[in-house]
Design a protein around this ligand. Sequence first.
Ligand code: BGC
Length: 756
Amino acid sequence: MRSCVPSLSQAPRALLLFVTALCLASCASLHRGVADGRIESLIARMTVEEKVGQLSLYAPAGEIVGNPQAAHQSAERELADIRAGRITGFFNGQGLEAKRRAQQAAVKESRLGIPLIFAADIIHGFRTVFPVPLGEAASWEPALAERTTRASAEEASSDGFRWTFAPMVDIARDARWGRGVEGAGEDVLLSSRFAAARVRGFQGPDLSRPDAMLATPKHFAGYGAAEGGLDYNTVDLSERTLREVYLPPFKAAIDAGALSIMSAFNEISGIPSNANRALLTGILRGEWGFKGFVVSDYTADEELIAHGFAADGREAAKRAFLAGTDVSMQSGLYMRWLPELVASGEVPMERLDDAVRRVLRVKEKLGLFDAPFRGLEDDPPGTTRYDAAAHQALAREAARRSIVLLKNQGDLLPLSKSGTRIALIGPFAGMSDLFGPWMVFRGQAAPVSIEDALRGALADPSLLSVSRGSNVETALPGGIDAAVAAARAADVVVLSIGESEKMSGEASSRSDIEVPQPQQDLANAIAATGKPVVVLLRNGRALALKQGVRDARAILVTWFLGSQTGPAIADILFGDASPSGRLPVSFPQTPGQVPYYYSHKRTGRPELADHPDLSYRARYIDATNEALYPFGFGLGYAPVRYEALEVGPAQLAWNGTLSVKARIANTGHRDVEETAQLYIGNRAASVTRPVRELKAFRKVNVPAGGATEVEFTLSRRDLEFIGQDLQPTVEPGQFDLWVGPSAVGGLHSTFVLAPG
Ligand code: BGC
């Protein structure tokens, strides 16, 4: 568009700035006007079938992943459908050529020339693989997630994708649920911060930029609360818990600018999310003012039949669409039934137009109408649209910062790079299972294994021996004997054990959250050698650790770290970096404690900290309620001490602020990064409150032998909860406050919120 800023070279600077701002504002509104005009004129010309086409999204023919019941299409039929305007876009298609051909058919060969949109599950990287989202959340650095999602968007957009089905922002409090690996863990505040950061990263500063990707917070809503931690299972949640725990990360994502959202597979208290009008229209549009569109999860509209919520496809389409699901993914149900439902008057034309308008506006914002082939051209050989080396460096940094040190008895870590004989043992020492569960695309940069990285880092690589010891889920004949011999011949064992990529992610819930038995046997046998052991856990969830794993002298949680797994682990093992990750999920003592989360209610008979074995209390008879490693926990390579907590004033005025200060002293000989966490507890309210809630956190450097001050400010808003009337409320009264290194312990104080 031509600039409408006039030339005012002689005008005084202030006037010039004022006029420029005025003109830019009017340019923007002029552009909006032009865009709206284009969309309205299209809607006026579209047939009902073309309108429904804008609401119909598919995986490309021949590339359907997962759910086998989905309708298959042939390539010819697909092209004909594009030309007829019956398809809005595709997801998870490989390669540029096919996308270009499809876009050609849409823009040049269809009646109205509406561009397609190409979507993909870009969950933790595309060519460069970053840590799985749960692992990255262990960094407690939303800004890091913003950078990795930005890098992912740069890579995926240069393969023609402008829409990602991410971030997943579901709170996960049951470690059995496999999809916890895709989110940011159990906590409301941490998840909300990561949700917003990831949206900002994917979308970038301006959606019309060629490297911007439309973000899709998912799965709306409550999906992580599946009964028994079983994927797709029933969710039965109070509206209060839904609003207080499960919805805030979605709200944060939308406030950060997300313009699409994915409705979930699960029902909530009898109403499937995909047809839940109170959720999709009442809360999302009514209360939050969401301007984007809702896309169903994969065939979730058709699944209303299996839920027993719709008798047939016609009813399923009608219920989903009228509830607020604008776009149907993969089932083809809207195309099959909406035209007839509109003709019969059961679905009003205004609802159809509203959904189409939402989709077209987003396509417009992405610049697809003006430049439909942008990102789909082949680059000249030797050129790339992003800095691959910088992304690999970022992957290493992110991986390093995702690692959590749980234990380091006798300062076993860091290891020396010279003179120490290391036995690297376990099924994850080599190239397997480095990426994690969500890599649907080919062509990733080759990852670096732990074995290769350790060899590369050691002064004398011959001091490293490598043995597998066990398969992931089955015993390896002779494996334990060979591993024990290797351990005996070494000074230290690095034991790489845990879960394979297939053991978390979608449809990968586990009924048991321990290290699989054959690897546990391996760990126990290695422990019996008496050699010092460093356990490297590979995991997509919190694990319940026992015996030779739990009792190892050092334990590092390494999740799935992606392309730079090996170098990042080597950086930490050898002390080139100090571990700084903190758990985004509690590690329980036993599998039977799940769902386990720090922010639980007190009950009328809480377990007493100083008498944990007292009976007639809310506790198991065979375990205390403590976590093995609590939420927020993690060590560095130097001890820190929290001291000098100052909270003031003692009475927080209704419209005032509370200042909270503490000092963190590093009593060791190495610099560390510490994540100071502020929790509050509400002593008495008209609705019972959790024992603690995280309200703020700050990651700071604390130099060896030095100290760093942290300061937080709280206000009434931080004390809000969902009241008896299901509205946000704040009540005066007494509060506990802790500042510390995890959800357990910390410096304690109290304050009072004065009445308004
Ligand atoms: C998953 C979504 C995903 C979609 C498309 C579904 O099975 O639940 O998270 O975005 O497939 O791949």
